[in-house]
Ligand binder design. Structure first.
Ligand SMILES: Nc1ncnc2c1ncn2[C@@H]1O[C@H](COP(=O)(O)OP(=O)(O)O)[C@@H](O)[C@H]1O
Ligand SMILES: [Mg+2]
Length: 224
């Protein structure tokens, strides 16, 4: 579960202070699949980065799976992130000179899992995403939709309870984008993984259980 209480986040640029959120409260229950939409620059990536323990708010409290994680050290945050959160980014962030299967297995290298088990688990994740036939390919040989499926396989390799996706379909055509959402839904249904997606596309947002719209700074509209 994700619980944000009275979050305030600003960016300071010289003498300018940009208030991205103030008193932001948001709860995502276990097993939900939630979409966050809103105009460009309204703070969606900032919010996802806070949820993913990549960025920190200035004030307010963040409870992740029941633990107050607001004041953890960078090292403790990195550890929690690796165990509890999967992150999918728009530009895939795959390593071009690693085979697909090795890209997917990479997070396990930091979790002390032996090579054979790493490959078995990576293959299973690739099968779930319907892309096991590309396991020995290198990322430059894949289409955008295939790369995004590989990056989703990598994000779920540690069985995270929470999967965060920042515009996972932003670079894809509509049909390929819908296929990607379909796989995120499948992960949500099979593993009961909590999924939070940021998207520009209202049609994709409607494929989630709940859609949250950032209407302007500070205001959230929640449609269940
Ligand atoms: N590192 C940063 N330093 C200063 N301002 C930033 C930084 N990151 C984002 N911003 C600003 O914060 C606002 C929210 O950005 P962002 O969360 O990326 O929005 P979105 O993802 O909804 O497009 C924007 O006005 C953006 O310019
Ligand atoms: Mg963004």
């Amino acid at each position: 579960m994700i619980k944000l209480n009275n979050i305030r986040k600003t960016y300071i640029n010289g003498s300018d202070t940009l208030v991205v959120f103030e008193n932001l409260c948001l709860t995502v229950e276990d097993g939900e699949m939630v979409a966050i939409t809103g105009r460009s620059g309204c703070g969606k990536t900032t919010l996802l980065n806070i949820m993913g323990l990549i960025d920190s708010p200035e004030s307010g409290a963040y409870f992740l799976n029941g633990n107050n994680v607001t004041a953890l050290s960078e090292k403790e945050k990195a550890n929690k992130r690796n165990k509890e959160i999967g992150f999918v980014v728009q530009d895939y962030a795959l390593i071009d000179y690693y085979r697909v299967i090795d890209n997917v297995a990479l997070p396990l290298v930091y979790s002390d899992v032996g090579r054979k088990e790493r490959e078995e688990r990576a293959l299973k994740a690739l099968e779930l995403l319907g892309i096991e036939d590309k396991q020995k390919c290198f990322p430059p040989m894949l289409s955008g939709g295939q790369k995004q499926r590989v990056s989703i396989a990598r994000a779920i390799i540690n069985n995270p309870r929470i999967l965060l996706a920042d515009e996972p379909t932003g670079a894809l055509d509509k049909k390929t984008g819908m296929a990607v959402i379909h796989y995120l839904r499948k992960i949500n249904e099979i593993y009961k993984t909590t999924v939070v997606i940021v998207t520009h596309n209202q049609e994709l947002a409607n494929m989630c259980n709940r859609s949250i719209i950032f209407e302007e700074t500070l205001k959230l509209r929640d449609k269940k």
